[in-house]
Design a protein around this ligand. Sequence first.
Ligand SMILES: [Zn+2]
Length: 584
Amino acid sequence: MAGTIAIKNGYVFDPLNEINGEIMDIFIKDGKVVKELSPAEMKNAKVIDASGMTVMPGGVDSHSHVAGAKVNAGRMLRPEDHYKANLQKTSLTHSGSGYTVPSVYKQGYDYAAMGYTTVFEAAVPPLEARHTHEEMRTTPLLDMGGYLVLGNNFFLMRYLKEGDTEKAAAYVAWMMKTHKTYGIKCVNPAGVENWGWGKNISSLDEANIHFEITPREVIKGLTEINERLGMPMPVHLHANNLGHPGCYAITKDSLKIPDGVKTRQKMNVEWAETKMDPSRDRSVYLTHLMFNSFAGTTWADCESGVKDIADYINNKDHVVIDSGCTPFGEATVMTGDGPAIHDLYTLTGNKWSNTDVEMEGGSGVIPFTYLKSNPVHSLQWAMGLECLLLINDPWKTIMTTDSPNGGPFTKYPEVMTWLMSEAFRKQTFSECHKWANDRSELGGVNRELSLYDLAILTRANPAKTIGMVHRKGSLGVGADGDVTVYNINPQQLDPNNYEALLQTFRKAEYTVKGGEIVAIKGEIVSLPEKRTYYSEVHVEDEREKEMLADVKEWFRYYTIGFANYPTPEKYLANPTPIQVNGER
Ligand SMILES: [Zn+2]
């Protein structure tokens, strides 16, 4: 029977159900977790003997760049990236290539080989939504969704400046269903607009050109609209001034803006069983904290500002972050933050690509290599790990490399192992520039994450943060049958033996998706169907009509006709709208 399986006798780590290493059986029927299988069902079910192994929900990546125009710009900009890693076709799988920016097929297989089953694309410019969906549809195995870039959108800046929250909310709702996207992404609020004039913004109260709106007003407006609409996830914020010495201050001040905004997640879904309250309790999800945490005034005196931000987050409950770790090696930096990429270009002289996406956003792409011998890169490595080790509550943190910005997602095993093994961190300190130790707090941190913590950072919390717990991140009855089995016996786990940990995280023993085994020891063995999620947000028709009159009027400035603007459902793999109740 397809999608029916029993995973027996493993040590189960399922934080949303407060299961911490209990030996249990997990049953999946027709793709969903069930309490048990009848004897007749058991006869036809596949069985995995997970004795002596670790069982977790399938991995969830809530911030990765895997589809769309800028990812593809990265592929085209870097032919050299494709010589380094390639994959031969098999009777089941496609060929593929690319190390930091793999082809769509390869990235699906690579994620599944590591035990990941769900990945959300972190930045979809509205006009590029079709392209993004085409690539997500073609990426095998992964359930996906995308966040819509709205932090410098003409209509929103105008409505917010005019104080017309009603129209702004109607616009966001309409844009989500028009582009089949899932949540609000806000990149360098108000600053990217200035990049059209070769400028940026460096303070929260600096008004941008023409719209005369400040980053503070954009962040405040978008977080309020987000809750007013009852969105599944918090506003996903890429703060201003990214990647500049001293930027930690503006980051901390930005986090203060949504403090006090009451969360209101109003989705009409069937929730999987969880012991913990599955609903969202954060009003802001700050991404790649590491890149926004530099203290100091220049690259000569820069140091880690993570401690200061971590102290703030430790005392507040409205913030969740992902880390943006930088394991050393090759990366391709790509972001909707065009001016930040230009700064990196002037710093490195590397080949550089910049795109403007009409009135809705832009992006930049540049190759980058993080070196252990480089003082700043070494510091960044330490800062990325500080983000996850200095914030005490694992439910406030999510592990990412902002792939491929800090490094490709295939480096997650290294990051997981650094988090779990102080010995591995010490080994890396001994190999890299002394700034890593001298200018961060990491050297004094003894904390080693447990398998339970790791399951929070890589499954339970990303799913909870983005409002996907009704399906993902847990092994409760009703959840999708997505499971990772790692060949780790928790009873014999030795963090000092970090080589063994690295090997196990690189290739999951089994990856199960929707109750089907999709990968065994890293080899892809089946290709079941996948889904794309998006938010269908409901607001009153009358309000939508009023707002659309403005939008249609402005469409004479677009290069495409209004009728061609929406992304049709056929661009999506198994389109799965999530009903969001809007203001009702
Ligand atoms: Zn990103």
